[in-house]
Write a protein that binds this ligand. Structure first.
Ligand code: NI
Length: 172
């Protein structure tokens, strides 16, 4: 089990657009396993490669909160692409392992379709709804250098970032 250090806002690495991978190799799978260990350890329900300083388009998720060991449902996405979003919107309170302690309501499409390469390297497509739809959109955003705080009003973001900076200063 390898726990990778998680990069925090406002590190510029989190603003870089990541590159697609050519194939899901054993090396990529080992990295996905490390990402998952890191995510469960944090604990969190999603993690994108740039959050651990890797500029490849790779995401891991497990949207079952507080799952026991036998209920875990890890999901792996390489080169995920949102191919469709619903007109219907949904609001969830989001947080991010790279912006600890900050939680804000974000409105996104309620459902989406995502195409990706799975753990075996096969092309797959998934229809996502509920928390999973929010999670995958949040993580794909990371691959494009976008953070959930970019989706809230400038006023709310200002207040949240003031709180975040204060917290960060206190924990240093
Ligand atoms: Ni995040």
């Amino acid at each position: 089990m390898t726990i990778l250090p998680i990069i925090k806002h406002a590190n510029e690495i989190l603003r870089v657009t990541c590159e697609p991978i050519a194939a899901v190799t054993d090396q990529v799978r080992a990295f996905m396993d490390n990402m998952l260990d890191t995510m469960y350890d944090a604990p969190g329900i999603g993690l994108a490669a740039p959050q651990v300083g890797d500029m490849r388009r790779i995401v891991v998720l497990d949207c079952i909160r507080d799952a026991e060991e036998d209920e875990k449902q890890p999901m792996y996405f390489a080169n995920p692409e949102i191919t469709w979003v619903s007109e219907e919107l949904a609001e969830y309170e989001e947080g991010c392992l790279s912006i600890p302690g900050i939680y804000e309501n974000v409105t996104r499409p309620a459902e989406c379709k995502v195409s990706f390469l799975n753990y075996d390297g096969d092309l797959a497509e998934m229809h996502c709804a509920g928390l999973l739809a929010t999670c995958i959109q949040h993580e794909v955003d990371h691959l494009n250098g976008v953070l959930f705080i970019d989706h809230i009003s400038r006023l709310k973001r200002g207040i949240a970032m003031k709180k975040y900076k204060k917290q960060q200063a206190e924990t240093m």
